[in-house]
Design a binder for this molecule. Sequence first.
Ligand code: DGY
Length: 317
Amino acid sequence: MHKIYITYPFPEGWLSSLEGKVEMEVQLKNQFLSSSEMGERLKDKDGAIVLLANKIDKEVLDKANNLKVISNYAVGYDNIDIKEAKKRGIIVTNTPDILTNATAELTLGLIFTLIRRIIESGEFLRQGKFTGWEPDLLLGYELKDRLVGILGAGRIGSAVAEKLYALGAKIVYCDSSRKEELEKGTGAKKKDYKWILKNADIISIHLPLNEETYHFIGQKELSMMKNTAFLINTGRGPIIDEVALADALRIGKLGGAALDVFEYEPGVNPHLLRLRNVVVTPHIASATYRARKGMAKIACENLLAALEGKEPQYRIV
Ligand code: DGY
């Protein structure tokens, strides 16, 4: 039987398709392993199901001599050294599609929360500051007719664009390739990212994290944005330079930000947390029963296919 390492004690039944087919070792909840320790755990394993918080780097892979497949329980795979895995002939898989809608819906939720000041308004009320209806109390912006820039129009970025379009927003996007379907369905226009930074009212990040996108939004980019613009990130934290973002928000160079992901997760820059015009959630974009259970099913299918010498549905390398 194939030996498998699973880095999280998934809820009962989520990995049921593995039962009787593999021998599993499961990592305890909240147990942090260094690369060397992770390598030790993977030493005699044929496969692993890992989370985005598990860094699978060269040091891990150097020890994991037997490993044939890494099934990542996420769509993003910046936690894995793909080049090193490929060199060793290790198959790497991910779990896209099933989480697209959940992630897109949370993005919409964050946009509304931010531009209509929902959390700020709730706090205002709880603090006993509501003394009666006033014409100019807690004014925000409508989504309808706003220009929204989508940075990265892959599966999730496109789903966000479609939902925004249905609500009356105008869409521009930047991506390495032209998205004709998206353009046809939403009237979206492809633009250079600098154009988007300068002109969009709302900018939503849906880029993968890699060497090219690390700190894609830094001080220079933030200074190009309108000072009423809103920045949304449900992609990966390190795409934004968090110090630069906190500075820009503090001095009023930006209208606000809604962040589901952070540069040094699970840590969050404390300056961001002090700002009224910042909405934060703890990386929950895909946290629906349907998406997370579905991701587990796909992670198991990918793993088993690779171990059985078949082509996994979602293979990265
Ligand atoms: C992913 O899958 O990459 C998300 O960040 C978590 O669902």
